[in-house]
Design a protein around this ligand. Structure first.
Ligand SMILES: CC(C)(COP(=O)(O)OP(=O)(O)OC[C@H]1O[C@@H](n2cnc3c(N)ncnc32)[C@H](O)[C@@H]1OP(=O)(O)O)[C@@H](O)C(=O)NCCC(=O)NCCS
Length: 173
């Protein structure tokens, strides 16, 4: 299938927001999504953006059943490994179901790797849910190692009350 991968522009945020929700539904956590296109516009298209994004677009004649031409995205940002140096973190990779199996997911992943390499990144890292075997297999087939298996890492998060508590403690130090 004919498709093009390009950097997202501010005007894509509604489409990206739609696909973020589709991915969250696939991951069985739609109620966790608390942001919409306005926040994406604010956070990704400001002076110091929190993220960058690539979108996959198909021509009008291949648009989705609902009429969408933006059919996939990869959203990423930069991190730093104190062991290895500049790194890129792939937050989301998504292709709409009816467009899967056409090389779009691979195309997005390769382009993110290319962007990272141009910025001297030595790692492309991401998290994937335990049960998401198709995607785990997809990454494995592309040569990724599963750090939970090889190194035993756990993903840790502070948010909501636990984050507030920490920040509030800082004032007392
Ligand atoms: C994972 C996902 C992005 C892959 O996108 P896609 O467009 O269907 O994948 P592609 O057509 O580009 O496949 C590329 C290659 O991966 C292979 N591949 C795809 N799915 C695979 C799987 N489940 N297991 C092994 N290989 C797989 C293809 O055979 C193809 O191989 P090739 O390079 O040798 O030709 C897509 O399935 C998706 O959006 N899944 C749901 C959301 C998700 O889980 N995202 C990841 C969250 S971390």
């Amino acid at each position: 299938m004919n498709f093009k991968i390009r950097p997202a522009i501010k005007e894509d945020c509604k489409e990206i927001s739609r696909m973020i929700m589709e991915l969250a539904v696939y991951e069985n956590m739609p109620d966790q999504v608390k942001i919409a296109h306005g926040e994406l516009e604010r956070d990704g298209f400001c002076e110091n953006p929190f993220f960058e994004c690539l979108v996959a677009e198909v021509p009008e004649e291949h648009k989705s059943k609902e009429g969408f031409t933006v059919v996939g995205y990869a959203l990423y940002f930069y991190t730093y490994s104190t062991w290895k140096g500049p790194s890129i973190f792939l937050e989301d990779l998504y292709v709409m179901p009816e467009f899967r199996g056409n090389g779009i997911g691979k195309g997005l992943l390769c382009k993110v790797a290319e962007v990272g390499k141009k910025k001297q990144c030595v790692r492309l890292q991401l998290s994937v849910l335990d049960w998401n075997t198709p995607s785990r297999d997809f990454y494995a087939a592309k040569g990724a190692q599963d750090l939970t298996v090889t190194e035993g890492w756990h993903a840790i998060r502070f948010d909501g009350q636990s984050l507030d508590n920490l920040a509030n403690e800082a004032a007392k130090i």
